[in-house]
Design a protein around this ligand. Structure first.
Ligand SMILES: Nc1ncnc2c1ncn2[C@@H]1O[C@H](COP(=O)(O)OP(=O)(O)OP(=O)(O)O)[C@@H](O)[C@H]1O
Ligand SMILES: [Mg+2]
Length: 330
C-alpha cells in the first residue's frame, strides 16, 4: 500500500481480542479498523462506552500490540519494532494523555512533567525549567512541588497534559483529556490544543464525549462495537451526529448501520439488491420472509445512554443530547 508522505499515523486491518478464560469468553474489541492521520490533522473518535476507543488508542500508540493488523508511525511499522526501537520512535513522535492522569505517585508534579526529557538525556536543570513553564501555562505552576495524591483530579490531569507537551510531540493521542476538568479549565486546555494544532501543526487523535472537543477537530470518526461506522466533517455537533454522517464500508465490505439508520429502514431483516450500480445500493426488504422477532428478542431503543447515562425518558431521539453517542437498540 502507498502511504502519503504527510501521513503521520496509519493503521490497517486492526483487530484486537482480549482473551479470557472466564465464562463469557474472549472480547473482540476491534474488528478491522483502518485509519490514517495526516501531519497537523485533528481527528476525534466518538462512540459509546465499550465501543473500543481506549483499546484503539493503545494499539495506535504502540502501548498494546493488536491481535492482527499493522500500525505505522512516520512511515515505520511499529508492529515490527521491538523494545528500545519502539520506545525511541514513540518518544520522538507521540505523547499520550490518558483518561486518568497516570502520574508517577512518588514524584512531585514538576518531576513528573520533566521526566520524559530526562529519558532523552536533557540536563535536569533545563528540563525542570521547561516543566515549570508548562505548568504555569496550564495554571498549576504553584502546585509544582505537590505529589499527585496531594493534587485534585483536575490538577493531576493538567500536570499530565504538561508532561505530554514537554517533548514537543508531532502527535498527541488523548483519551477523554478533559473528562476530569471543570468547564473553564476544559476550555483553556482546548484553546491550548487548538493553538498547538494551528500554530505548530501538532496532530491530535482525541477520544471524547464532549461536543466542544469534537468540534475543534477537522473530522470525527464514529466507533461502534470495534468498527468505524461513520465519519463526520468539520465542526461536528455531536449532539446530532446524523446531520453530517457519511457511512463507512470497510475493505472487507462490512457496513455497520448506526441504530437510527437501522430504525429508519425498518429494523433488521432480509433484503434483496435488485440493481447494483457503482456507488449505489438499493435495498428491498423481503417482506414475505420477514423474520418475526419474538418478544424476548425484540429490539427497543435503550432508555439510558450507555456512555454518559443520560435518561432518555419517553423521548424517541436516537442520539444522546448530552454526549452525542448513538442510542443503542437493546
Ligand atoms: N483488559 C481488558 N480485558 C478484557 N476486556 C477488556 C479489557 N479492556 C477492555 N475490554 C473490553 O473491550 C471492549 C472495549 O473496551 P474499551 O476500553 O476500548 O472501550 P471504550 O470505548 O474506551 O469505553 P469507555 O468509553 O467506557 O472508556 C469492552 O467490551 C471492554 O469490556
Ligand atoms: Mg475508554
Amino acid at each position: 500500500m502507498v502511504i502519503d508522505d504527510d501521513v503521520i499515523l496509519n493503521a490497517d486491518g486492526l483487530f484486537h481480542i482480549y482473551e479470557s478464560k472466564a465464562e463469557d469468553g474472549n472480547v473482540v474489541a476491534l474488528r478491522g479498523i483502518h485509519v490514517s492521520i495526516k501531519e497537523g490533522e485533528a481527528v476525534a473518535v466518538v462512540g459509546p462506552s465499550g465501543s473500543g476507543k481506549s483499546t484503539l488508542l493503545k494499539c495506535l500508540g504502540g502501548l498494546m500490540k493488536p491481535s492482527a493488523g499493522n500500525v505505522s508511525l512516520s512511515g515505520k511499522r511499529m508492529t515490527r519494532l521491538t523494545g528500545q526501537e519502539l520506545v525511541n520512535l514513540r518518544q520522538k513522535t507521540i505523547s499520550f494523555i490518558f483518561q486518568d492522569s497516570n502520574l508517577l505517585p512518588h514524584m512531585n508534579a514538576l518531576d513528573n512533567v520533566a521526566q520524559p526529557l530526562r529519558h532523552q538525556g536533557i540536563l535536569p536543570k533545563v528540563a525542570r525549567l521547561k516543566a515549570q513553564n508548562l505548568l504555569n501555562k496550564l495554571g498549576v505552576g504553584e502546585r509544582s512541588k505537590g505529589l499527585p495524591e496531594q493534587l485534585s483530579g483536575g490538577e493531576q490531569q493538567r500536570v499530565a497534559i504538561a508532561r505530554a507537551l514537554i517533548t514537543d510531540p508531532k502527535l498527541i493521542l488523548a483519551d477523554e483529556p478533559t473528562g476530569a476538568l471543570d468547564p473553564i479549565t476544559s476550555r483553556e486546555v482546548l484553546e491550548l490544543f487548538s493553538s498547538l494544532n494551528e500554530e505548530f501543526g501538532v496532530a491530535f487523535l482525541l477520544v471524547t464525549h464532549n461536543r466542544e472537543v469534537a468540534s475543534f477537530c477537522g473530522r470525527s470518526l464514529e466507533l461502534r462495537e470495534g468498527r468505524f461506522i461513520a465519519q463526520h466533517g468539520t465542526n461536528v455537533d455531536i449532539s446530532d451526529l446524523s446531520e453530517t454522517r457519511e457511512l463507512l464500508i470497510d475493505d472487507s465490505g462490512t457496513v455497520t448501520l448506526p441504530p437510527d439508520v437501522l430504525l429508519k429502514i425498518g429494523g433488521p431483516g432480509r433484503f434483496e439488491i435488485p440493481v447494483n450500480e457503482k456507488d449505489l445500493i438499493h435495498l428491498e426488504r423481503v417482506e414475505e420472509d420477514k423474520v418475526e422477532l419474538n418478544s424476548s428478542t425484540k429490539l427497543v431503543l435503550s432508555s439510558t445512554c450507555p456512555a454518559c447515562l443520560h435518561d432518555y425518558s419517553d423521548s424517541m431521539i436516537q442520539l444522546c443530547p448530552k454526549c452525542g453517542s448513538t442510542r443503542p437498540m437493546i
